[in-house]
Design a protein around this ligand. Structure first.
Ligand SMILES: Cc1ncc(COP(=O)(O)O)c(C=O)c1O
Length: 387
């Protein structure tokens, strides 16, 4: 029996052929696949602009540089991968951790209370946790009422939508971030994207992706042109301190091939979620949220009150592993990480996050998980948790 991990990529022969085709071509990087992938992502998310980059973390970093000024306070969730909050620090901002609601997403009502109390809060970074999109009406209300910047971390939620608003469309935000890590809905190996409807943010992120270097719109006219007004063909200009956060054509070819199957991937993830929901309708294990038609289920998170069970969560993880099944936990509260504690974080009043962290675990969720494999997972969970 092969091991069932909590998440994995689905790569087929078409994907491999698409990558091989680029390897045989003239362009391994900065070639035509970059713009092609960006165009398809615009169509999928319905955002006006997309910049693809080397990782979701790079996308967060560049977005933060585009959105924030030094010392800006940013409300964000403890229930995410560290990169979400880290990107605020990269840009010289100050993360302020806000508690979550019982579905694992940031609590917008609490955000409003915190904004009212602190004029230093300039932005909200909201994660669509597990693929379950945050409430777009509340997001829009906060953005319009308090004139704050909004970033949506859609690393988990491509293909999800709330009230017809697609994840990544930036209908109620300044920009969104996607990730193409192998456990996500579609992969480029490593990769990410910023989507936005703001030309200004788009141009800033585009410039920072490649060292802050431009090849038109020059500032040094005397160096850019010769005495007859010809543009010097070798000339480029570094106008800002940027990075090499480029993604390759090899990776974008994989993404372009994968994205053709995105609809099927999401359908399968949702089917699996419904099957888990049905299995855990009664008993010691319950879904974090029941099927709502909105989530695109990057993760399937389940909850159990381990204090009332004969085995600890660590024992549960180990016993599942002995049965060939990998579990994960999303997430250890970011504010409790030693790096953040050393900065003075960790004592925030976040009772929902604290409870959530005591009870959560993520079950295998990926499109190629078969019904039979999922049944094995369910059976193992039932046996261990329900006795
Ligand atoms: C919510 C969230 N944001 C950002 C990231 C960072 O993405 P990447 O791994 O592509 O850098 C992740 C990665 O797991 C994530 O889960």
């Amino acid at each position: 029996m092969s091991f069932i991990p909590y998440g994995r990529q689905s790569v087929d022969n078409d994907d491999i052929e698409s990558v091989a085709e680029v390897l045989r071509s003239d362009w391994l990087t900065t070639g035509p696949k970059i713009a092609e992938f960006e165009k398809v992502l615009c169509a999928i998310t319905e955002a006006q602009y997309t910049v693809v980059v080397s990782s979701g973390t790079a996308a967060l970093h560049l977005s933060s540089l585009a959105l924030l000024s030094e010392k800006d306070k940013v409300l964000t969730t403890p229930n995410s991968f560290a990169a979400t909050a880290n990107s605020i620090l990269y840009a010289g901002g100050e993360p302020v951790f806000c508690d979550i609601t019982p579905d694992g997403n940031i609590d917008f009502d609490l955000c409003e209370e915190m904004i009212k109390k602190d004029v230093g809060i300039k932005a909200i970074y909201a994660v669509h946790f597990s693929g379950n999109p945050v409430c777009q009406a509340k997001l829009r209300y906060l953005r319009e009422t308090y004139d704050i910047k909004i970033l949506e971390d859609c690393a988990h939620s491509i293909g999800a939508s709330d009230s017809g608003v697609k994840a990544g469309s930036c209908t109620a935000s300044d920009c969104s971030v996607l990730s193409f890590h192998p456990v996500k809905h579609l992969t480029t190996g490593e990769g990410g994207a910023v989507t936005t409807n703001s030309k200004e943010i788009y141009e800033k992120v585009l410039k920072l992706r490649t060292h802050g270097i431009v090849r038109d719109g020059f500032l040094n006219d005397d160096m850019a042109y010769d005495s007859k007004g010809n543009r010097n063909p070798w000339y480029y200009e570094m106008q800002e301190l940027g990075y090499n956060y480029r993604i390759t054509d090899i990776q974008c070819a994989l993404g372009l091939s994968q994205i053709k199957r995105l609809g099927g991937f999401i359908t399968r993830r949702r089917e699996l979620a419904k099957r888990y929901d049905a299995a855990f309708a009664a008993g010691a294990v319950r879904p974090l949220y029941t099927y709502n038609g909105r989530s695109s289920y990057h993760l399937y998170v389940a909850m159990a009150d381990f204090e009332k069970l004969p085995l600890t969560r660590a024992e549960f993880f180990m016993k599942m592993r002995e049965r060939g099944i990998g579990l994960q936990l999303h997430y250890i509260p970011i504010n409790k990480q030693p790096y953040y504690k050393a900065l003075g974080y960790g004592e925030e009043y976040t009772p929902f996050m604290d409870d959530y962290y005591e009870q959560c675990f993520s079950l295998p969720m990926y499109p190629s998980l078969t019904d039979a494999e999922q049944d094995m997972v369910i059976e193992a969970v039932m046996e261990l948790m329900n006795g």
